[in-house]
Design a protein around this ligand. Structure first.
Ligand code: CA
Length: 369
C-alpha cells in the first residue's frame, strides 16, 4: 500500500503494485547479523556484525578475522555494533566512524567512535568514543544509529527514543529521538540550531524522531532520513535544523495491538513526513543511486531495505519530493543495509544469523526506461 502524507492517489501520484524480482549475486556469506557495509578503495569491504565485530571481506568473499580495537558493546535485542562509514578523506587518513550500544552504569546508549584502520587491515587504531547519547537507559530497543557525513565534513548521527522514553523525543534536554550534528571530534557542529539556548543540548539538529535506521546525503547535499513507526507510520523525512518531526505527538501509526497513539496525524509546528507507510515495512539502510547501472531513470532515486517484507523500496524523488514507489523483491530476506558501491552497483546486507552481502548486478528496473 502506497500513501503520501497530505495527498492521495487521486492527485495522480503513481505507484507500481507488483514487486519486481531482482537478480542478486552473493559476495559473502556467513555473517552474523551484519549491519553496515563500507567500500575500501582497494576493492575490499568493511562490514560490521551486530554482536560486536568488524571484518574485512576480500573481493572474492573471503571473510577476514574480526578486527582488534573494537570497544565493548552491549549486544542484545536491537543493540550491538551497528553503523560504520568511512571518512570522506579515508584515502589519506584511513579514518572510520562507527556507532554502537555503549554500556555504562548498568544501562546503555548509542555512542559514536572514530578510529584508524591499520595499514595491514588487522585492527582499529586510536579508537576514541567521541559522542555518547544522554542519558543512558536500561533498554535494548531503539538505538537509531545511522551516520551520514555532510559535505562540510560534519557528522549526522541518528538517535532512537529508546522505546521506554518516547516522551523525551519532544524535549531538548536529552538525546532521545534526535538527529545530532557533530564535528569529527564529537563536539557540537557550528551552526547547530540550539547552541546557546538554555536547557537545550547543543548537539541537536532536529527532534521528534522515533527510531531512524536510515540516513544518507542526497545529491543536493541534504540529509534524507527514514524512521520506524510504531505499528504503521514508518516515515521519510528531510530533517532541517531545529524542526520538530512530531513523535510521539503525531504519527500515522498506532499502538502495538491497536489503539490510538498521540494526537492524530498533524499539528501546527510539527513537520509532516515526505512519505509514509501503513502498514510498516520496517525500513533499514538507505542509498541514493548516482549511477546509471539500472537505467537512467533510476538515477537519483532512494533505495531502502525492508526488514519485514523481503524487498528493497525504490522511491522516485523529484524536486525534493517522493513521487512514486517501486518494490524490488529479494524474497525471504530481511534487508538491513543498502549502499551504492564504487562500481555504481547496489549492495545489500541480509539480517540473519547467517547473513549475506549481496550485489544487485546491472539490470533494468521496472518503470526506469
Ligand atoms: Ca514524524
Amino acid at each position: 500500500m502506497w500513501q503520501r502524507a497530505g495527498a492521495t492517489l487521486a492527485l495522480g501520484l503513481a505507484f507500481s503494485a507488483a514487486a519486481q524480482e531482482m537478480r542478486t549475486q552473493a559476495v559473502a556469506t556467513g555473517l552474523e547479523h551484519p549491519w553496515a557495509v563500507a567500500f575500501l578503495p582497494d576493492g575490499r569491504f568493511l562490514v560490521t556484525e551486530r554482536p560486536g565485530r568488524v571484518r574485512v571481506i576480500e573481493p572474492d568473499g573471503t571473510l577476514g578475522a574480526p578486527l582488534g580495537g573494537v570497544p565493548e558493546v552491549v549486544a542484545g535485542g536491537q543493540g550491538g555494533l551497528l553503523d560504520l562509514v568511512l571518512d570522506s578523506d579515508f584515502a589519506r587518513n584511513r579514518t572510520v566512524y562507527f556507532c554502537f550500544s555503549e554500556p555504562g552504569g548498568g544501562s546503555n546508549s548509542t555512542a559514536l567512535a572514530s578510529a584508524r584502520l591499520s595499514d595491514d587491515r588487522s585492527r582499529l587504531e586510536k579508537t576514541r568514543v567521541i559522542f555518547s547519547q544522554k542519558p543512558k537507559v536500561a533498554s535494548n530497543l531503539h538505538f537509531g544509529c545511522r551516520i551520514a557525513q555532510a559535505r562540510d565534513g560534519t557528522l549526522f548521527l541518528t538517535l532512537g527514543d529508546r522505546f521506554h522514553r518516547m516522551q523525551d523525543a519532544q524535549k531538548l534536554d536529552n538525546h532521545h529521538g534526535k538527529v545530532v550534528r557533530l564535528n569529527k571530534d564529537g563536539s557540537p557542529a557550528q551552526g547547530n540550531p540550539f547552541i546557546g539556548r538554555s536547557g537545550a543540548l547543543p548537539e541537536i539538529w532536529s527532534y521528534g524522531h522515533r527510531n531512524p535506521q536510515g540516513a544518507v546525503l542526497g545529491t543536493d547535499g541534504r540529509l534524507w532520513l527514514h524512521e520506524h513507526g510504531p505499528q504503521g507510520g514508518d516515515e521519510i523525512n528531510l530533517p532541517q535544523a531545529g524542526r520538530n518531526y512530531g513523535w510521539p505527538v503525531i504519527t500515522h501509526g498506532e499502538n502495538y495491538g491497536g489503539g490510538k497513539l498521540g494526537e492524530g496525524t498533524a499539528r501546527a509546528g510539527m513537520e509532516q513526513p515526505l512519505h509514509y507507510w501503513v502498514p510498516s515495512i520496517a525500513p533499514s539502510g538507505m542509498a541514493v543511486l548516482t549511477s546509471d547501472r539500472y537505467g537512467e531513470a533510476a538515477r537519483g532515486d532512494l533505495f531502502l531495505g525492508s526488514l519485514k517484507f523481503g524487498h528493497v523500496a525504490r522511491l522516485e524523488v523529484e524536486g525534493g519530493k517522493v513521487v512514486r514507489e517501486h518494490k524490488l523483491a529479494v524474497p525471504g530476506e530481511r534487508i538491513r543495509d543498502v549502499r551504492q558501491g564504487p562500481d555504481g552497483l547496489l549492495y545489500l546486507l541480509t539480517d540473519s544469523p547467517r547473513g549475506r552481502l549481496l550485489r544487485l548486478p546491472a539490470q533494468p528496473l521496472a518503470g526506469a526506461s
